[in-house]
Design a protein around this ligand. Structure first.
Ligand SMILES: Nc1ncnc2c1ncn2[C@@H]1O[C@H](COP(=O)(O)OP(=O)(O)O)[C@@H](O)[C@H]1O
Ligand SMILES: O=P(O)(O)OC[C@H]1O[C@](O)(COP(=O)(O)O)[C@@H](O)[C@@H]1O
Length: 302
């Protein structure tokens, strides 16, 4: 069984404008409200690709209800800890000549709420896959990722982590099966700007030295690089197409990778290609990738 955890889900309010000027009234010419947050996007795309998962995490208020309503519409199972107060954040994605994102901070989460999530995670068993993804609201301790990984250590659960900076660096000692920083996040972790593939591979290896098993570096329109635990690396360009909405492309890549890995019974190259095609299929669409869209792009990169 696959589980995703989104510590800080969001209702993504995506707007398009011909131009955007800070300090003035700007009127949009397109708007969409999509339930999101990294783990939730992974669960939706897994469903689109034909794999069942359960979305876990914390939801609150009317925005949390809307996310659950949308997940029900997609047929995605969910079992969130319901917070008594506050509301799940709204993240604003402004698409004009440049892309601007305003991401909310999220509701308060108490120790008792946290314990409720831990109890749900205690039910996972050998062979399960767990995706831990995204930022955390400020009331969660910044060792929450570590605490979960320590608690599940040695249980035979395949753990995938998609988070930034310290949240990611601090869990490497628990040997996550896969991590997926993008090239900018990889550079930020080491305080450097990475430009060439060689530099990216060098720094991705440093994450393996710190404990990560497999490292998938996404590079938006430049494709991706995968370093596997057995010392191999793979590079793929991104499929060609028109960028429409890159929100959720990274999460889609994770869902595609899991799908390819499961369907090929553990072949990394297949998983990698499926990840790249799924990320791009989402980037080339208003909504998250569907299976026919992914399969059409897959043919162009293998
Ligand atoms: N402009 C684009 N053109 C083609 N593919 C894209 C584009 N943006 C993203 N993708 C696909 O989605 C994957 C993840 O995108 P990326 O933006 O690197 O992730 P994140 O959202 O985590 O920053 C890329 O590796 C690529 O396969
Ligand atoms: O948890 P964070 O890092 O604030 O990110 C949340 C945002 O990331 C997303 O999950 C999209 O992520 P990606 O574009 O990296 O795939 C949005 O749905 C959401 O608004």
């Amino acid at each position: 069984m696959i589980y995703t955890v989104t510590f800080n889900p969001s209702l993504d309010y995506i707007v398009r404008l011909d131009s955007f000027t800070a300090g003035e009234i700007n009127r949009v010419n397109y708007e969409q409200v999509l339930g999101g947050g990294k783990g939730i996007n992974v669960s939706i795309v897994l469903g689109n690709l034909g794999h069942e998962s359960t979305a876990l995490g914390f939801t609150a208020g009317f925005t949390g209800e809307e996310i659950k309503r949308q997940l029900d519409g997609f047929g995605v199972k969910h079992d969130f800890v319901q917070l008594p107060e506050g509301f799940t954040r709204i993240n604003v994605k402004v698409k004009a000549d440049k892309e601007t994102e305003i991401n909310g901070q999220g509701p308060d989460i108490s120790e008792a709420n946290r314990e409720e999530l831990f109890e749900k995670l205690d039910k996972l068993s050998k062979g399960d896959t767990l995706v831990l993804a995204g930022s955390i609201p400020k009331t969660l301790p910044d060792d929450i990722y570590e605490k979960i990984m320590a608690r599940l250590e040695g249980r035979g659960i395949r753990i995938i982590v998609d988070a930034e900076k310290k949240l990611l660096l601090n869990v490497l000692k628990y040997h996550p099966f896969l991590i997926k920083p993008n090239n900018h996040e990889l550079g930020d972790m080491f305080g450097v700007k990475l430009t060439t593939d060689e530099e990216i591979i060098t720094y991705a290896k440093k994450l393996q030295e710190k404990g990560a098993q497999n490292v998938l570096i996404s590079m938006a329109g430049d494709g991706a690089i995968l370093l596997t635990a057995d010392g191999k690396h793979y590079k793929s360009p991104a499929p060609k197409g028109k960028l429409i909405n890159s929100v959720g492309a990274g999460d889609s890549m994770v869902a595609g990778f899991i799908t390819g890995y499961i369907e090929s019974q553990g072949d990394f190259e297949t998983a990698f290609h499926m990840g790249v095609a799924t990320g791009s299929a989402s980037a080339f669409s208003e909504n998250l990738a569907t299976r026919p869209e992914v399969e059409a792009l897959l043919k162009t990169i293998i």
